[in-house]
Design a protein around this ligand. Structure first.
Ligand code: PGA
Length: 256
């Protein structure tokens, strides 16, 4: 019922030439395959045009890792949603834990960004997830609920088509440690329940909830095959074409 989405978050890796090469490698490996889901790469801003030259949505879609919460004007160093749209971007990641932590971004900013993304007709990938201490204290669900409730009810145009959620337990990001299938399914099902409360059953039934945190070819099939996991947000393993394609193959196999 829900098409999977495998999204690569390249973070601060891959300048224009390396990014073009990686995207071309992906296109080559995926050429001619009829995929059951969607594949997305999110390069750094400066690399977006180079990747856009080779990834034209067949099948690799183009995304961004961030956007400004403002429309335009005197905001030095920021990039607007309209600029991203002009560059061919279709999805924008919002609220990644690294931005929550290092840029001290807040719910108010996430709401403003996602509303702008939706207004421009693009799709948002909204990230959430607990840190290790919160999980150890038995507070994972409480934290996840707070992060979802802090943003979702305030979105003006959100629906299951333009909004994707990404559960990323912070303790699993870049650490090689992955949530167990039980841990992932538990939080994904819980998150969907919170979405039912906020947005209703139908939206929750169709909304994709990705898992992120040390997802790799060896665990993708099992994770993405879980009932409430609808794809992956991939960091490290998205930087090598063969690994990223291995994850896509895992997603395909999980839906077969
Ligand atoms: P990772 O990162 O796959 O390297 O753990 C995931 C993410 O931060 O989106």
């Amino acid at each position: 019922m829900r098409r999977y989405l495998v999204a690569g978050n390249w973070k601060m890796n891959m300048g224009p030439s390396a990014g073009r090469e990686l995207a071309a490698g992906l296109q080559e490996l995926l050429q001619g395959r009829q995929l059951r889901g969607d594949v997305l790469v999110c390069p750094p801003y400066v690399t977006i045009p180079a990747v856009g030259e080779v990834a034209k949505g067949e099948p690799v879609l183009l995304g961004a890792q961030n956007c400004s919460d403002q429309e335009k004007g005197a905001y030095t160093g920021q990039v607007s949603v309209d600029m991203l749209k002009e560059a061919g971007v279709q999805y924008v990641i919002v609220a990644h834990s690294e931005r929550r932590e290092y840029q001290k971004e807040t719910d108010d900013m996430f709401v403003a960004k996602i509303n702008r993304i939706h207004e421009a007709g693009l799709k948002a990938i909204f990230c959430f997830g607990e840190v290790l201490g919160e999980r150890k204290d038995g507070r994972a669900e409480e934290v996840v609920r707070k992060q979802l409730e802090g943003v979702l009810p305030r979105l003006e145009f959100a629906n299951a088509y333009n909004t994707v959620l990404a559960y990323e337990p912070v303790w699993a990001i870049g650490t090689g440690e992955t949530a167990s299938p039980e841990q992932a399914q538990e939080i994904h099902a819980f998150s969907r329940k919170v979405v039912v409360e906020i947005m209703g059953q139908e939206v929750a039934d169709y909304m994709r909830i990705l898992y992120g945190g040390s997802c790799k070819p060896g665990n993708a099939r099992e994770l993405i095959g879980l009932p409430d996991v609808d794809g992956g947000l991939i960091g490290g393993a998205a930087l090598k074409a063969a690994d990223f394609v291995g994850i896509i193959e895992g997603a395909e196999a999980s839906q077969a």
